[in-house]
Ligand binder design. Structure first.
Ligand SMILES: *Cc1c(COP(=O)(O)O)cnc(C)c1O
Length: 404
Protein backbone atom coordinates (compact mmCIF):
# COMPACT_ATOMS: atom_id res chain seq x y z
CA UNK A 1 0.00 0.00 0.00
CA UNK A 2 0.90 3.58 -0.46
CA UNK A 3 2.13 5.63 2.50
CA UNK A 4 0.90 9.08 1.57
CA UNK A 5 2.42 10.89 4.56
CA UNK A 6 5.84 9.49 3.69
CA UNK A 7 5.34 10.34 0.01
CA UNK A 8 4.37 13.92 0.81
CA UNK A 9 7.78 14.46 2.44
CA UNK A 10 9.33 13.91 -1.00
CA UNK A 11 7.60 17.04 -2.34
CA UNK A 12 9.10 20.22 -0.86
CA UNK A 13 6.49 22.44 -2.52
CA UNK A 14 3.69 20.79 -0.53
CA UNK A 15 5.09 22.47 2.59
CA UNK A 16 4.58 25.99 1.38
CA UNK A 17 1.73 28.32 2.11
CA UNK A 18 -0.30 30.35 -0.37
CA UNK A 19 -2.02 33.50 0.86
CA UNK A 20 -1.17 32.45 4.38
CA UNK A 21 -2.85 29.04 4.06
CA UNK A 22 -1.22 25.63 3.53
CA UNK A 23 -1.10 24.90 -0.19
CA UNK A 24 -3.66 22.40 -1.44
CA UNK A 25 -2.61 21.56 -4.96
CA UNK A 26 -5.45 20.18 -7.08
CA UNK A 27 -4.22 21.30 -10.49
CA UNK A 28 -2.30 18.13 -11.28
CA UNK A 29 -3.88 17.63 -14.69
CA UNK A 30 -2.15 20.86 -15.79
CA UNK A 31 1.20 19.93 -14.28
CA UNK A 32 2.31 17.68 -11.44
CA UNK A 33 4.71 18.57 -8.65
CA UNK A 34 8.32 17.42 -8.56
CA UNK A 35 9.79 15.16 -5.87
CA UNK A 36 13.17 15.85 -4.27
CA UNK A 37 14.57 12.72 -5.97
CA UNK A 38 13.99 14.35 -9.38
CA UNK A 39 15.12 17.80 -8.21
CA UNK A 40 18.35 16.17 -6.98
CA UNK A 41 19.00 14.69 -10.42
CA UNK A 42 18.58 18.13 -12.00
CA UNK A 43 20.95 19.74 -9.48
CA UNK A 44 23.45 16.89 -9.92
CA UNK A 45 23.43 17.29 -13.70
CA UNK A 46 24.21 21.01 -13.66
CA UNK A 47 26.60 20.67 -10.69
CA UNK A 48 28.62 17.76 -12.01
CA UNK A 49 28.33 16.77 -15.65
CA UNK A 50 26.65 19.42 -17.75
CA UNK A 51 28.00 19.05 -21.32
CA UNK A 52 26.69 18.70 -24.84
CA UNK A 53 25.99 15.14 -25.86
CA UNK A 54 26.85 12.83 -28.76
CA UNK A 55 29.71 14.96 -30.08
CA UNK A 56 32.46 15.30 -27.52
CA UNK A 57 35.39 12.97 -26.88
CA UNK A 58 35.83 14.46 -23.44
CA UNK A 59 34.64 12.80 -20.24
CA UNK A 60 31.86 15.19 -19.32
CA UNK A 61 30.27 14.84 -22.72
CA UNK A 62 30.45 11.07 -22.47
CA UNK A 63 28.93 11.06 -18.99
CA UNK A 64 26.10 13.30 -20.14
CA UNK A 65 25.56 11.16 -23.24
CA UNK A 66 25.48 7.98 -21.17
CA UNK A 67 22.97 9.40 -18.70
CA UNK A 68 20.77 10.71 -21.50
CA UNK A 69 20.80 7.41 -23.38
CA UNK A 70 20.15 5.49 -20.15
CA UNK A 71 17.08 7.64 -19.64
CA UNK A 72 15.91 6.68 -23.12
CA UNK A 73 16.28 3.01 -22.19
CA UNK A 74 14.35 3.57 -18.93
CA UNK A 75 11.54 5.10 -20.95
CA UNK A 76 11.71 2.25 -23.46
CA UNK A 77 11.39 -0.31 -20.66
CA UNK A 78 8.63 1.60 -18.93
CA UNK A 79 6.46 1.67 -22.05
CA UNK A 80 7.69 -1.74 -23.20
CA UNK A 81 8.84 -0.46 -26.60
CA UNK A 82 10.69 -3.06 -28.65
CA UNK A 83 13.66 -0.81 -29.47
CA UNK A 84 15.20 2.15 -27.65
CA UNK A 85 15.40 4.07 -30.94
CA UNK A 86 11.61 3.97 -31.11
CA UNK A 87 11.66 6.51 -28.25
CA UNK A 88 12.19 10.05 -29.56
CA UNK A 89 12.84 12.81 -27.03
CA UNK A 90 10.72 15.87 -27.71
CA UNK A 91 9.81 19.02 -25.81
CA UNK A 92 6.49 17.45 -24.84
CA UNK A 93 3.16 16.13 -26.06
CA UNK A 94 2.44 19.12 -28.28
CA UNK A 95 5.81 18.81 -30.02
CA UNK A 96 5.39 15.04 -30.41
CA UNK A 97 1.98 15.45 -32.05
CA UNK A 98 3.23 18.16 -34.39
CA UNK A 99 6.19 15.99 -35.35
CA UNK A 100 3.86 13.20 -36.46
CA UNK A 101 1.30 15.53 -38.08
CA UNK A 102 4.05 17.21 -40.05
CA UNK A 103 5.47 13.86 -41.11
CA UNK A 104 2.11 12.77 -42.48
CA UNK A 105 1.97 15.80 -44.82
CA UNK A 106 3.86 13.83 -47.43
CA UNK A 107 1.84 10.64 -46.89
CA UNK A 108 -1.72 11.99 -47.26
CA UNK A 109 -3.69 13.15 -50.28
CA UNK A 110 -7.07 14.66 -51.07
CA UNK A 111 -9.88 12.27 -50.15
CA UNK A 112 -8.00 10.75 -47.23
CA UNK A 113 -9.67 10.97 -43.84
CA UNK A 114 -8.40 11.60 -40.32
CA UNK A 115 -10.52 10.76 -37.31
CA UNK A 116 -10.18 12.61 -34.00
CA UNK A 117 -12.36 12.39 -30.92
CA UNK A 118 -14.70 14.98 -29.46
CA UNK A 119 -12.75 14.73 -26.21
CA UNK A 120 -9.48 16.12 -27.51
CA UNK A 121 -7.16 18.75 -26.07
CA UNK A 122 -6.56 21.66 -28.48
CA UNK A 123 -3.03 20.39 -29.07
CA UNK A 124 -4.65 17.28 -30.54
CA UNK A 125 -7.06 19.16 -32.82
CA UNK A 126 -5.18 22.10 -34.31
CA UNK A 127 -2.22 20.14 -35.80
CA UNK A 128 -4.67 17.86 -37.63
CA UNK A 129 -6.65 20.79 -38.97
CA UNK A 130 -3.39 22.24 -40.26
CA UNK A 131 -2.48 18.86 -41.76
CA UNK A 132 -5.86 18.73 -43.53
CA UNK A 133 -5.31 22.21 -44.94
CA UNK A 134 -1.91 21.18 -46.31
CA UNK A 135 -3.02 17.88 -47.83
CA UNK A 136 -6.73 18.19 -48.69
CA UNK A 137 -7.56 15.36 -46.29
CA UNK A 138 -10.71 15.78 -44.20
CA UNK A 139 -11.27 15.63 -40.46
CA UNK A 140 -14.02 13.48 -38.89
CA UNK A 141 -14.99 13.58 -35.24
CA UNK A 142 -16.08 10.71 -32.97
CA UNK A 143 -18.95 12.27 -30.96
CA UNK A 144 -19.41 11.93 -27.20
CA UNK A 145 -22.44 11.32 -25.01
CA UNK A 146 -23.71 13.24 -21.99
CA UNK A 147 -21.47 11.20 -19.64
CA UNK A 148 -18.40 12.26 -21.58
CA UNK A 149 -17.87 8.88 -23.24
CA UNK A 150 -17.10 8.38 -26.91
CA UNK A 151 -19.93 6.85 -28.93
CA UNK A 152 -18.24 3.79 -30.38
CA UNK A 153 -20.97 2.84 -32.84
CA UNK A 154 -20.47 6.26 -34.44
CA UNK A 155 -16.74 5.59 -34.55
CA UNK A 156 -17.35 2.29 -36.35
CA UNK A 157 -19.50 4.11 -38.89
CA UNK A 158 -16.77 6.70 -39.57
CA UNK A 159 -14.12 4.11 -40.42
CA UNK A 160 -13.62 3.20 -44.07
CA UNK A 161 -10.85 2.52 -46.57
CA UNK A 162 -10.08 6.27 -46.80
CA UNK A 163 -9.30 6.49 -43.08
CA UNK A 164 -5.55 6.92 -42.78
CA UNK A 165 -5.12 8.13 -39.21
CA UNK A 166 -6.98 8.02 -35.93
CA UNK A 167 -6.03 10.34 -33.06
CA UNK A 168 -7.46 9.99 -29.63
CA UNK A 169 -6.36 10.76 -26.11
CA UNK A 170 -6.01 7.89 -23.69
CA UNK A 171 -7.56 9.97 -20.90
CA UNK A 172 -9.41 13.27 -21.35
CA UNK A 173 -7.78 16.12 -19.44
CA UNK A 174 -11.08 18.00 -19.14
CA UNK A 175 -13.32 15.18 -17.90
CA UNK A 176 -11.02 12.33 -16.87
CA UNK A 177 -12.69 9.80 -19.19
CA UNK A 178 -10.51 6.77 -19.93
CA UNK A 179 -11.07 5.98 -23.59
CA UNK A 180 -11.26 2.37 -24.84
CA UNK A 181 -8.09 2.69 -26.87
CA UNK A 182 -7.69 -1.09 -27.34
CA UNK A 183 -10.97 -1.13 -29.27
CA UNK A 184 -10.14 2.06 -31.16
CA UNK A 185 -6.74 0.71 -32.24
CA UNK A 186 -8.06 -2.68 -33.32
CA UNK A 187 -10.85 -1.18 -35.44
CA UNK A 188 -8.50 1.37 -37.03
CA UNK A 189 -6.00 -1.31 -37.94
CA UNK A 190 -8.76 -3.37 -39.54
CA UNK A 191 -9.11 -0.62 -42.20
CA UNK A 192 -5.35 -0.04 -42.42
CA UNK A 193 -5.26 3.26 -40.50
CA UNK A 194 -2.49 4.27 -38.09
CA UNK A 195 -3.31 5.35 -34.54
CA UNK A 196 -1.69 8.02 -32.40
CA UNK A 197 -2.66 8.01 -28.73
CA UNK A 198 -2.13 11.16 -26.65
CA UNK A 199 -1.00 9.78 -23.31
CA UNK A 200 -0.33 13.13 -21.61
CA UNK A 201 -3.09 12.50 -19.10
CA UNK A 202 -2.79 8.72 -18.76
CA UNK A 203 0.94 8.35 -18.05
CA UNK A 204 0.67 9.89 -14.55
CA UNK A 205 -1.91 7.24 -13.60
CA UNK A 206 -1.32 4.06 -15.59
CA UNK A 207 1.56 2.26 -17.22
CA UNK A 208 0.84 1.68 -20.91
CA UNK A 209 2.38 -1.25 -22.80
CA UNK A 210 2.81 -0.04 -26.36
CA UNK A 211 3.47 -3.50 -27.77
CA UNK A 212 0.44 -5.07 -26.12
CA UNK A 213 -1.68 -2.14 -27.30
CA UNK A 214 -0.14 -2.48 -30.77
CA UNK A 215 -0.37 1.33 -30.96
CA UNK A 216 1.51 3.07 -33.78
CA UNK A 217 2.38 6.27 -31.92
CA UNK A 218 2.09 7.12 -28.23
CA UNK A 219 3.08 10.50 -26.77
CA UNK A 220 3.40 12.16 -23.37
CA UNK A 221 5.01 15.02 -21.39
CA UNK A 222 7.34 14.49 -18.42
CA UNK A 223 5.87 17.39 -16.43
CA UNK A 224 2.58 15.58 -15.86
CA UNK A 225 4.30 12.61 -14.24
CA UNK A 226 6.55 14.30 -11.68
CA UNK A 227 9.23 15.31 -14.20
CA UNK A 228 10.32 18.74 -15.43
CA UNK A 229 8.61 20.89 -18.08
CA UNK A 230 9.90 21.15 -21.63
CA UNK A 231 10.59 17.47 -22.22
CA UNK A 232 8.49 14.56 -23.37
CA UNK A 233 8.54 11.68 -25.75
CA UNK A 234 7.19 10.23 -28.91
CA UNK A 235 7.00 6.48 -29.18
CA UNK A 236 6.61 5.32 -32.76
CA UNK A 237 6.81 1.87 -34.28
CA UNK A 238 10.12 1.66 -36.11
CA UNK A 239 8.45 1.07 -39.48
CA UNK A 240 6.38 4.25 -39.09
CA UNK A 241 9.29 6.37 -37.88
CA UNK A 242 11.29 5.24 -40.90
CA UNK A 243 8.45 6.29 -43.20
CA UNK A 244 8.10 9.79 -41.73
CA UNK A 245 10.48 12.51 -42.99
CA UNK A 246 12.52 14.50 -40.42
CA UNK A 247 10.65 17.33 -38.71
CA UNK A 248 13.42 19.87 -38.25
CA UNK A 249 16.83 20.27 -39.86
CA UNK A 250 19.95 20.94 -37.82
CA UNK A 251 22.81 19.39 -35.91
CA UNK A 252 22.46 15.83 -34.52
CA UNK A 253 19.95 14.75 -37.17
CA UNK A 254 22.31 14.32 -40.11
CA UNK A 255 24.65 11.59 -41.32
CA UNK A 256 26.52 13.64 -43.95
CA UNK A 257 26.06 17.20 -45.13
CA UNK A 258 27.23 18.91 -48.29
CA UNK A 259 25.63 21.75 -50.23
CA UNK A 260 24.48 19.25 -52.85
CA UNK A 261 22.87 16.71 -50.56
CA UNK A 262 22.38 15.84 -46.92
CA UNK A 263 21.70 12.34 -45.71
CA UNK A 264 19.83 11.91 -42.47
CA UNK A 265 20.95 10.09 -39.38
CA UNK A 266 19.14 6.92 -38.35
CA UNK A 267 16.61 6.67 -35.54
CA UNK A 268 16.24 8.27 -33.07
CA UNK A 269 18.62 11.08 -34.13
CA UNK A 270 16.74 11.80 -37.35
CA UNK A 271 14.04 13.45 -35.21
CA UNK A 272 16.30 15.06 -32.63
CA UNK A 273 17.81 18.07 -34.40
CA UNK A 274 19.80 20.48 -32.27
CA UNK A 275 20.88 20.30 -28.64
CA UNK A 276 18.04 18.66 -26.75
CA UNK A 277 16.84 19.23 -23.19
CA UNK A 278 19.59 16.94 -21.87
CA UNK A 279 18.96 17.54 -18.19
CA UNK A 280 15.22 17.27 -18.80
CA UNK A 281 15.59 13.90 -20.50
CA UNK A 282 17.67 12.55 -17.62
CA UNK A 283 15.19 13.92 -15.07
CA UNK A 284 12.32 12.37 -17.07
CA UNK A 285 14.02 9.01 -16.52
CA UNK A 286 14.33 9.76 -12.80
CA UNK A 287 10.63 10.67 -12.62
CA UNK A 288 9.71 7.34 -14.18
CA UNK A 289 11.90 5.57 -11.61
CA UNK A 290 10.21 7.51 -8.82
CA UNK A 291 6.70 6.60 -9.98
CA UNK A 292 7.61 2.95 -10.54
CA UNK A 293 9.02 2.77 -7.02
CA UNK A 294 5.63 3.78 -5.67
CA UNK A 295 4.01 1.42 -8.16
CA UNK A 296 1.30 2.20 -10.68
CA UNK A 297 -1.12 -0.32 -9.19
CA UNK A 298 -0.83 1.40 -5.81
CA UNK A 299 -1.20 4.78 -7.47
CA UNK A 300 -4.33 3.75 -9.39
CA UNK A 301 -5.97 2.21 -6.34
CA UNK A 302 -5.29 5.19 -4.09
CA UNK A 303 -6.34 7.76 -6.69
CA UNK A 304 -9.58 5.86 -7.25
CA UNK A 305 -10.30 6.28 -3.52
CA UNK A 306 -9.65 10.01 -3.79
CA UNK A 307 -11.88 10.24 -6.87
CA UNK A 308 -14.74 8.35 -5.20
CA UNK A 309 -14.43 10.35 -1.99
CA UNK A 310 -14.18 13.71 -3.77
CA UNK A 311 -17.11 12.96 -6.09
CA UNK A 312 -19.28 11.87 -3.15
CA UNK A 313 -18.51 14.99 -1.13
CA UNK A 314 -19.06 17.33 -4.07
CA UNK A 315 -22.36 15.76 -5.05
CA UNK A 316 -23.79 16.70 -1.66
CA UNK A 317 -23.44 20.39 -2.47
CA UNK A 318 -26.71 21.84 -3.69
CA UNK A 319 -26.73 23.01 -7.30
CA UNK A 320 -23.37 21.41 -8.06
CA UNK A 321 -23.11 19.53 -11.34
CA UNK A 322 -20.23 17.23 -12.25
CA UNK A 323 -19.34 17.01 -15.94
CA UNK A 324 -17.84 13.74 -17.08
CA UNK A 325 -19.39 10.75 -15.36
CA UNK A 326 -17.89 8.02 -17.52
CA UNK A 327 -17.75 4.54 -16.02
CA UNK A 328 -14.02 4.47 -16.65
CA UNK A 329 -12.39 7.65 -15.40
CA UNK A 330 -9.37 8.92 -13.47
CA UNK A 331 -9.02 11.39 -10.65
CA UNK A 332 -10.26 14.48 -12.48
CA UNK A 333 -13.49 16.18 -11.38
CA UNK A 334 -14.91 18.95 -13.54
CA UNK A 335 -17.91 20.80 -12.13
CA UNK A 336 -19.96 23.97 -11.89
CA UNK A 337 -22.15 25.36 -9.16
CA UNK A 338 -25.43 26.83 -10.40
CA UNK A 339 -24.76 29.84 -12.55
CA UNK A 340 -21.70 31.02 -10.63
CA UNK A 341 -18.80 31.69 -12.98
CA UNK A 342 -15.99 29.12 -12.49
CA UNK A 343 -13.40 31.90 -12.46
CA UNK A 344 -15.01 33.56 -9.43
CA UNK A 345 -14.92 30.34 -7.43
CA UNK A 346 -11.34 29.64 -8.51
CA UNK A 347 -10.24 33.09 -7.37
CA UNK A 348 -11.77 32.71 -3.91
CA UNK A 349 -10.33 29.19 -3.54
CA UNK A 350 -6.89 30.60 -4.33
CA UNK A 351 -7.29 33.10 -1.49
CA UNK A 352 -7.70 30.04 0.72
CA UNK A 353 -4.56 28.37 -0.62
CA UNK A 354 -6.33 25.95 -2.96
CA UNK A 355 -5.12 25.57 -6.54
CA UNK A 356 -7.76 24.37 -9.01
CA UNK A 357 -8.09 25.09 -12.69
CA UNK A 358 -10.96 27.07 -14.14
CA UNK A 359 -11.83 27.60 -17.78
CA UNK A 360 -12.16 25.48 -20.88
CA UNK A 361 -9.05 23.32 -20.15
CA UNK A 362 -7.85 23.60 -23.76
CA UNK A 363 -10.91 21.59 -24.74
CA UNK A 364 -13.43 24.13 -25.99
CA UNK A 365 -15.43 21.61 -28.09
CA UNK A 366 -16.29 19.74 -24.86
CA UNK A 367 -17.50 22.97 -23.24
CA UNK A 368 -19.56 23.74 -26.35
CA UNK A 369 -21.14 20.28 -26.08
CA UNK A 370 -22.32 21.05 -22.54
CA UNK A 371 -23.12 24.66 -23.53
CA UNK A 372 -20.99 26.09 -20.73
CA UNK A 373 -18.07 28.56 -20.83
CA UNK A 374 -15.93 26.35 -18.65
CA UNK A 375 -15.72 24.37 -15.47
CA UNK A 376 -13.84 24.22 -12.20
CA UNK A 377 -11.49 21.25 -12.37
CA UNK A 378 -9.97 19.53 -9.36
CA UNK A 379 -7.46 16.87 -10.34
CA UNK A 380 -5.75 14.62 -7.79
CA UNK A 381 -2.40 12.87 -7.71
CA UNK A 382 -1.17 10.16 -5.36
CA UNK A 383 0.29 12.78 -2.98
CA UNK A 384 -3.11 14.36 -2.30
CA UNK A 385 -5.19 13.32 0.72
CA UNK A 386 -8.78 13.00 1.89
CA UNK A 387 -8.05 15.69 4.49
CA UNK A 388 -7.19 18.07 1.66
CA UNK A 389 -10.47 17.19 -0.03
CA UNK A 390 -12.31 17.96 3.23
CA UNK A 391 -10.61 21.37 3.46
CA UNK A 392 -11.45 22.00 -0.19
CA UNK A 393 -15.13 21.22 0.39
CA UNK A 394 -15.29 23.61 3.36
CA UNK A 395 -13.59 26.34 1.30
CA UNK A 396 -15.85 25.70 -1.67
CA UNK A 397 -18.97 26.04 0.48
CA UNK A 398 -17.63 29.35 1.80
CA UNK A 399 -16.98 30.56 -1.74
CA UNK A 400 -20.50 29.59 -2.82
CA UNK A 401 -21.99 31.49 0.14
CA UNK A 402 -19.98 34.58 -0.71
CA UNK A 403 -21.05 34.45 -4.36
CA UNK A 404 -24.75 33.68 -4.03
C1 LIG B 1 -1.34 18.56 -21.09
C2 LIG B 1 -1.91 17.89 -22.25
C3 LIG B 1 -1.40 18.10 -23.54
C4 LIG B 1 -0.33 19.10 -23.83
O1 LIG B 1 0.87 18.79 -23.19
P1 LIG B 1 2.10 19.80 -23.28
O2 LIG B 1 3.06 19.31 -22.26
O3 LIG B 1 1.57 21.16 -22.97
O4 LIG B 1 2.63 19.72 -24.67
C5 LIG B 1 -1.96 17.39 -24.57
N1 LIG B 1 -2.96 16.52 -24.38
C6 LIG B 1 -3.47 16.27 -23.16
C7 LIG B 1 -4.56 15.27 -22.98
C8 LIG B 1 -2.97 16.96 -22.05
O5 LIG B 1 -3.48 16.72 -20.84
Amino acid sequence: MLDVQKIRKDFPILNRTVNGKPLIYFDNAATSQTPQQVIDVIVDYYSNFNANIHRGVHSLSQEATDAYEQARIKIQNHFNAKESHEIIFTSGTTHSINLVANGFSSLLKKGDEIIVSALEHHSNIVPWQMLCERTGASLKVIPMNENGELILSDYDALLNENTKLVFVNHISNALGTINPIEYIIEKAHAVGAAVLVDGAQSCPHIKPDVQALDVDFYVCSAHKLCGPTGVGMLYGKEAWLNKLPPYQGGGEMIAEVSFEKTTYAGLPHKFEAGTPNICGGIAFGAAIDYMNNIGFENIAKYEQELLDYGSEQLQQIEGLKIYGTAKEKTSVISFNVGTIHPYDIGTILDKMGIAVRTGHHCAQPIMDFYKIPGTIRASFMFYNTKEEIDAFIVALKKAIMMLS
